[in-house]
Design a protein around this ligand. Structure first.
Ligand code: ADP
Ligand code: MG
Length: 259
């Protein structure tokens, strides 16, 4: 089957007034249908740049990016993007915020509206439809942002540290909810996180990047038993700590080589 994401020799330089900096150097990667992969690595290794490129918000200096076999030239409704900040509009109700993507893409119908209401209920937000963002907790707002992203039914979901601003307990609950929801819908996802244990708990592959320029250091396959267990419980499985240390050691090694 065609990979959902295909990166071929992606290179990206940011051009400043005086100098150019190479954020990503010759990176190739494929993500298969239904996969949940995580990108981890030190700050500045190009994680956000890479997601922006896949989202079509940034044109790479060199190389090719395709989603579902089509070369990406700009943002597309096929790709959902969720950030650490929820970017909900304070003057819109929760439901109206959740419907925003459908509105903007001209896909708001009684049916898609009902599906969004169902999704809000799935996310534990029933009864909050007419509330305003300021009346909700951070974890709830992030769930609204997720509903808004999923409402347009993207085949690919890009998540840039969506849980990192949340309290630990809320973050664990949300990891479970998101991984279960994506699994059920068969949505392919790429998650950026600086939390190695989160990466291992939610994904099927952990892609470790290193910097200057940003490139793939090593790819770790997550064993099937960890993969198929909800993130909260996956952390207690026997192989979890071993894999954590393996990724950690490799990251340290990369850090030492940099100096
Ligand atoms: P990460 O998300 O892994 O922390 P980024 O993709 O944000 O990394 O950044 C990768 C590199 O590109 C860093 O060296 C960063 O300073 C640089 N960079 C990121 N955004 C810009 C920008 N808009 N202009 C210039 N340099 C940038
Ligand atoms: Mg970043």
């Amino acid at each position: 089957m065609l990979p959902v994401v295909q990166l071929k020799g992606v290179t990206h330089a940011y051009l400043g007034d005086r100098e150019a900096s190479l954020a990503i150097g010759d990176l190739s990667l494929e993500v298969e249908q239904g996969e949940f992969v995580s990108l981890v690595g030190p700050s500045g290794c190009g994680k956000t740049t890479l997601l922006s490129i896949i989202a079509g918000l940034l044109q790479p200096s060199l190389g090719e990016v395709s989603v579902n076999g089509r070369i990406i030239k700009g943002p597309s409704p096929e790709v959902g993007y969720m950030l650490q900040q929820d970017y909900l509009f304070p003057w819109r109700t929760i439901l109206d915020n959740a419907l925003l993507g459908l509105e903007l893409t001209g896909n708001l119908t009684p049916e898609s509206r009902q599906k969004t209401l169902d999704l809000l209920a799935d996310m534990g937000l029933a009864g909050k439809e007419q509330a305003y963002p300021s009346q909700l907790s951070g974890g709830m707002r992030q769930r609204v942002a997720l509903v808004r992203t999923l409402a347009t039914n993207p085949s690919l979901l890009l998540l840039d540290e969506p849980f990192s601003a949340l309290d630990y307990q809320i973050k664990l609950q949300l990891e479970d909810l998101v991984s279960e929801t994506l699994r059920r819908r068969g949505t392919t996802a790429v998650l950026v996180t600086h939390d190695l244990s989160e990466a291992i708990a939610v994904s099927s592959r952990v892609i470790l990047l290193q910097r200057n320029p940003g490139r793939i250091r090593k790819i770790f396959e997550v064993p099937e038993d960890i993969r198929s267990t909800p993130p909260l419980y996956a952390r207690d499985l026997p192989g979890f700590a071993e894999l954590f240390h393996e990724v950690w050691k490799e990251m340290e090694l990369a850090g030492r080589e940099e100096q």
